[in-house]
Design a protein around this ligand. Sequence first.
Ligand code: SAM
Length: 431
Amino acid sequence: MPETETSKGDSQLFSPPSGVRGMTKLDRTAFQKTVTVPVLKVRKAVVNGLMRVLKRAALRRPGIKRVIEDPEDEESRLVMLDPYKMRTHESFDKEELSALKQLNVSPQLSEYNLELTYENFKLEEILKAVLPEGQDVTSGFSRVGHIAHLNLRDHQLPFKHLIGQVTIDKNPGITSAVNKINNIDSTYRNFQMEVLSGEENMMTKVRENNFAYEFDFSKVYWNPRLSTEHSRIIELLNPEDVLFDVFAGVGPFAIPAAKKNCTVFANDLNPESHKWLLHNCKLNKVEQKVKVFNMDGKDFLQGPVREELMQQLGVSKEAKHSVHIVMNLPAKAIEFLSAFRSLLDGPPCSSEHLPVVHCYSFSKDVTPAEDVRHRAEAVLGISLEACSSVHFVRNVAPNKEMVCITFQIPAATLYESQTLHPGEQPLEKQR
Ligand SMILES: C[S@@+](CC[C@H](N)C(=O)[O-])C[C@H]1O[C@@H](n2cnc3c(N)ncnc32)[C@H](O)[C@@H]1O
C-alpha cells in the first residue's frame, strides 16, 4: 500500500517511503507514495504569465509537471506549489499577490494528492532512505565517458549494486557504474574496478579541453580531475617548443602540445596506454608531431631524450624554443630525476636553453612545497631553492596533496664533470 503524507509538520514529505530502508536489490515499485500538496486554481489563459511570477512558490520535483489539468474544470489548470513554502494564501509574497490580483486569480489554495514514483526522487534522497539511518550517503563519482567511477566506503558496500543502478538511472548518459576496489598501486596506475551495474564495456570516449580521447578505462590511467593541470602546462608552452612526456598515459599533455605545434616525444610503459596514445594521436590528427615510445621512464630519459637533447642543445645554440619535460607519475617521479645526473656530455648549452622539468609528487608533509623540493634536491644533488617553483595541483585525500615542482635542470647536474654555473649552489652548502 503506498503511503500518503501531508506537509503539516512533516519535514520528510519528499523522502521515499520508509519501507525501502535496507533494500539491497533495487525495487522501483517500492518507491510509490502519495503526498498532499497545495495547488492554485487558475484560468488556462493566464498560466504562462503567472508562472513567471510563481517561480519561488511553484513545486520543483524531478519529473513532476508544475501545471496540470483541473479534473473538475477543463477551462482551468492547477499550479502545484511547494508545500514547504506555501501553506495558506498568506504565504504569497507582495509581488506574487499583486500579480495574482492583476490577472484576477484568487489566492485561495486547495489540496491535491500527488502520486510520487521512483522517477520523482533524487539520487541523494533515494540513498538516504535506503542506507542505514545516520550514515553518510555520499554519492559523488568521477565521470569518464559513459562510466560513473565511484569510490564507496565500507558501510556502503552491502548496497553497492543498488547505488550503482540508481547512479545510472539518475544521470543521463551514464550507462555503467564501477567501484574502485583498491587504491591505485599497480605499476600502470589503472584502478582495479568492479562493475556494479550496467554495461560491462569499459571502452569509452571522453573530451577534455576540446580534445577527444578513446581508451579502455579498465586498462589505462585516466583522471578527469586533471584537466585544469593539463591545460596549465600547455599554456606554458610556445609553438616550436619541444615536449618530452615521460609518463604520457593516453595523451592529455602530448596531444594538446602537438596541436600547439610543439614537437612531442611521448612515452608510457603500459602497452595499453601506448596503444591508445597512438590511437588518440591519429584521432586528433597530430600523429606527425608526436613520437610515441613504450619504455620504462628511466630508459626513455637515458635513451631517446638524451639523444634528442644532445642534438637540440648542441646544434641549435641560437634556438629560440624551450625544452619541457613533464613527469606525471606522482608516487614515484622524483626518483626518476636521478636520470638527469650527468645525462649529457660535451660543453653545456647556455643556461636559458636548459630543459624545464615539471615533476609531480604527492606529499603528506605539513609543508608540501618544501618537502617535495627537498626530495628533488636530494636526488639531483643540488639546491633548487633559488630556481624552482611549486604549484599546488589538488588535494588527493585528507592530508595528501598533489603538487608539481618546476625548475630548469642545473647544468652542474645535467652535464658530466661540469662545474657549477654562477648562481648554482651545491646541496651541502645550501643546507
Ligand atoms: C598518473 S599517470 C599519468 C598519465 C597522464 N600523463 C595524465 O596526466 O593523465 C602515470 C602514467 O605512467 C605510466 N607509468 C607507470 N610507471 C611507468 C614507468 N616506470 N615508466 C613509464 N611509464 C610509467 C602509467 O602507465 C601511467 O599511464
